[in-house]
Write a new protein. Structure first.
Length: 576
């Protein structure tokens, strides 16, 4: 049987010695959360990395599953003897405990971040058995769930849940001293790359080699005794990364340990900078963000794309409509998606799936911050990530999205500490506390009143979502959700499950005219630095996509592309 999702899950941090553990695992439901107290009945098989709710998993069970169990065996390759072995999980929703050969290896909390355990001391000769327990209940208001529906059946803008393993599981062999992490900070102005990292297992020498199109442009080395290192790598030539010109350097990192061991990691980077203090700019030039909302859902895989090709194809579908990026909405997308965004020159905002966590609860911060920190640390090296948005639509008067300024301010500050090189939006849409860019959500379906609202900006009257709660302070300003036009050709008007914004257009021509009016109002306004249209494709009952849920175009691609590709007044202002 062919292994599903066989590609390496981390092309930005890849070793040669790795073993994909995707495929058929034993599976058991545990509705009473009693599996630790009794003998489990392994009556089912599941296809990892697809969640049990999905058709691709072979289970297809859509009701709530408070606890599920996985089991499989493996044998290590013979040439791994004498090396340390790391067990990696791309993502498991939500609380995870792992056993190897009957002994507890470790635990992890968080449904979106990656985690790993060193399992060297737990291994035995011959066959080894992994057991995984995942517990998940998004009805408690104590875990971020994103768009996973808290009701039995999907409704409105909430969709099918994801439980348990939903990204690749893999093993990796490393030497006694190895590269544990590396933060890459490109410096376009000085044509340099700064690397800060950590070695596990001792000190040694770290060597870095940067190439572009096969030509070596930089080499450097640094020694460390304590494990932490910093290395500046001046580049012989600068090839900037930007939308439309996604130039990428290949990076080879080699560790020569003091114990005589050798480790090699392949990575890459883009040479670009982002600034927002004098307008939103990339590589010094004003940038208008033509973004689309991407929920990251798939009809047969739910949270997990059926193939690597489909991850790439979603970006290509967006580019075909004239968008230059996306808000990755209420879900942390897998590194393979970010890899294709890097390769294709596609801007993305990194966002947490924050809905479902009651941020007014005293324990909310200790639940949210560890996972969010893991997300930022994992994804910060991707040049396609233009900024961070940890929260979405925090507002007063709604318990699970309730506005608590101290929580928002703390999350913003920690995010800035983790990554000072990018702008941070504290909470998308509303209510802002501390933010580098100021965004609003506006689903007005009337192009006339929509245009007038932002024309007033030119005279100094700024639209904010909650004027009694927040105040605009001159940041770059954009509309990060708009449109959402309901369009479901051929569906009966009385379809009560289907959902979208506003009154349904009577025809495709009326849809295009509404889209034209709303989008042109933003492109023609010199005070607005971007938009994000809701959304790229339908998701289950939400039918406001530009593609169907099955990724078929709902409108002529050329017509949408022409509207999105109009010159933006924000960028033209700089040319005067």
């Amino acid at each position: 049987m062919q292994i599903p999702r066989p590609e390496h899950p981390r092309p930005d941090f890849q070793r040669q010695a790795w073993l994909n553990l995707n495929g058929a695992w034993d599976f058991a439901f545990d509705f009473g959360r009693s599996g630790r107290e009794r003998e489990l009945e392994w009556t089912d098989k599941i296809l990892v990395p697809f969640c049990p709710e999905s058709a691709l998993s072979g289970i297809g069970y859509r009701d709530f599953m408070p606890s599920v169990w996985y089991r499989r065996t493996f044998r290590l390759p013979e040439d791994w003897r004498g090396r340390r072995v790391i067990l990696h999980f791309g993502a498991v929703d939500y609380q995870t405990e792992v056993w190897l050969n009957g002994k507890t290896v470790g635990t992890h909390r968080g449904g979106y971040s990656s985690f790993q355990f060193e399992i060297t001391s737990f291994l035995q000769r011959g066959e080894n058995t992994i057991v995984v327990c995942a517990e998940d209940d998004n009805r408690l208001w104590l875990q971020p769930r994103g768009k996973q529906c808290e009701a039995y059946e999907s409704q409105g803008c909430d969709y099918t849940r994801t439980t348990g393993i939903w990204q690749t599981v893999w093993l990796e062999a490393v030497p006694q001293t190895y590269l544990a992490s590396a933060k890459l900070a490109p410096d376009l102005a000085n044509a340099s790359l700064f690397i800060e990292g950590r070695l596990a297992g001792g000190g040694g020498e770290v060597k870095a080699t940067a190439t572009f199109a096969g030509k070596c442009l930089a080499q450097g080395a640094v020694k460390t005794r304590g494990g932490h290192f910093q290395l500046a790598l001046p580049l012989a030539a600068a090839h900037p990364w930007a939308p439309g010109t996604p130039n990428l350097y290949d990076l080879q990192l080699e560790v020569a340990g003091q114990d005589g061991s050798s480790d090699q990691v392949r990575s890459y980077f883009g040479l670009r900078d982002i600034s927002w203090h004098d307008g939103l700019r990339i590589n010094g030039k004003k940038l208008f963000m033509r973004l689309v909302l991407d929920q990251g859902y798939y009809p047969d895989g739910i949270y997990t794309a059926p193939s690597d090709e489909e991850l790439k194809a979603d970006i290509e579908r967006s580019l075909a409509l004239g968008f230059n990026g996306a808000r990755l909405h209420q879900k942390v997308f897998e590194p393979r998606f970010l890899y294709w965004a890097d390769r294709l020159g596609y801007l993305v905002w990194g966002e947490h799936g924050s809905w479902g966590l009651a941020i007014d609860k005293p324990e909310a911060l200790q639940i949210f911050l560890p996972e969010w920190s893991e997300i930022v640390e994992r994804d910060r090296n991707h040049p396609a990530v233009i900024g961070w948005c940890p929260l979405n639509e925090t507002r007063p008067g709604v318990c699970h999205r309730g506005h608590k300024p101290e929580f928002v301010r703390t999350v913003y500050g920690i995010t800035k500490k983790l990554d000072p090189t990018r702008p941070v939006i504290d909470t998308s849409g509303y209510v802002h506390v501390d933010t580098d860019l100021y965004d609003v959500h506006d689903y007005d379906q009337d192009p006339v009143t929509f245009r007038q609202r932002y024309q007033d900006f030119i005279q100094g009257k700024v639209f904010v979502n909650y004027p009694q709660e927040e105040q605009y302070e001159g940041q770059p300003y954009w509309i990060s959700e708009y449109g959402g036009i309901w369009w479901q050709p051929g569906a009966p008007a009385e379809d009560k499950k289907a959902w979208g914004y506003g009154k349904r257009p009577a025809s495709e021509e009326e849809f295009i005219e509404r889209y034209r009016g709303l989008t042109s109002a933003l492109l023609e306004n010199p005070e607005i630095c971007g938009f994000c249209y809701t959304q790229l494709y339908d998701v289950e009952q939400e039918v406001n996509g530009l593609y169907t849920y099955g990724r078929q175009p709902k409108f002529p691609q050329a017509a949408i592309r022409r509207l999105n590709s109009q010159p933006a007044a924000y960028e033209k202002e700089e040319e005067k």
